[in-house]
Design a protein around this ligand. Structure first.
Ligand SMILES: N[C@@H](CCC(=O)N[C@@H](CS)C(=O)NCC(=O)O)C(=O)O
Length: 220
């Protein structure tokens, strides 16, 4: 079966899927899209009009990064990115959801701050989620035990892609260098963890890159 991934150059959600495909050594082609652009193809392939989207040989599609990771685990179980023990699998899924929800809160801040008059209460609320979510991620990682045969799981992939996107967003001016986003300062152990993940070939080969998008016009 050949797979095509619809991705965006700087999408952390698309990167999650690309990293999982590479960790499983599944060959795939990529089409880079800009989902907010006039020429986007996402609406053709997903009712949610969002990428990432996987297109299969028979043109059926699998979408939403979280679901795609679960789908890959069912269709391509080896090597596993999810422990077989149900309790350990729950722990991995919990870490995954924390990574995903914190990523969404960060994106909410980035987009809100593009508005002419951002809502400070909204930004504060999202910032609390980021702060508390990151602390929960660190505690979750500290208390888990290694699982035999699994070097990296879908929780690590969700958290790693989220953590590593933040400096990219700041460096490229998508968001100001806000204190809430300086997670490396508050969580040095997470920084060491993210560095270890970032050194893997799957992360090195999927480093985010700039895409042609004006976030202000997206929010206009
Ligand atoms: N929950 C979705 C979020 C995906 C998402 O927000 N994708 C962005 C690109 S990074 C997108 O396509 N945005 C266009 C839109 O939401 O209309 C997932 O994990 O796949």
């Amino acid at each position: 079966m050949s797979l095509r991934l619809i991705n965006a150059l700087s999408s952390p959600y698309g990167r999650k899927v690309a990293v999982a495909l590479k960790e499983k050594a599944i060959p795939f082609d990529v089409t880079f899209d800009v989902p907010w652009g006039d020429d986007t193809c996402v609406a053709k392939h997903s009712p949610l009009e969002q990428l990432p989207i996987l297109i299969l040989d028979d043109k059926t599609t699998v979408f939403d990064s979280s679901f795609i990771l679960e789908w890959l685990e069912v269709r391509y179980p080896n090597p596993p990115l999810l422990p077989s023990d149900p309790e350990q699998a729950l722990a991995t899924r919990f870490l995954k959801l924390l990574g995903e929800r914190v990523m969404e809160a960060i994106h909410a801040i980035v987009f809100e701050l593009q508005r002419a008059e951002p809502s400070q209460p909204f930004v504060d609320r999202q910032s609390r989620k980021v702060r508390r979510g990151l602390a929960e991620i660190e505690a979750t990682i500290e208390r888990r035990h290694p699982v035999a045969g699994i070097e990296i799981d879908i929780g690590d992939i969700a958290v790693g892609t989220m953590l590593l996107l933040v400096p990219f967003l700041i460096r490229n001016g998508f968001v100001a260098d806000l204190e809430v986003l300086r997670w490396q300062v508050r969580h040095p152990r997470l920084a060491a963890y993210a560095n270890r993940l970032g050194a893997r070939a799957s992360f090195q080969e999927t480093v985010p890159a700039l895409m042609d998008v004006d976030l202000k016009s997206v929010m206009a």
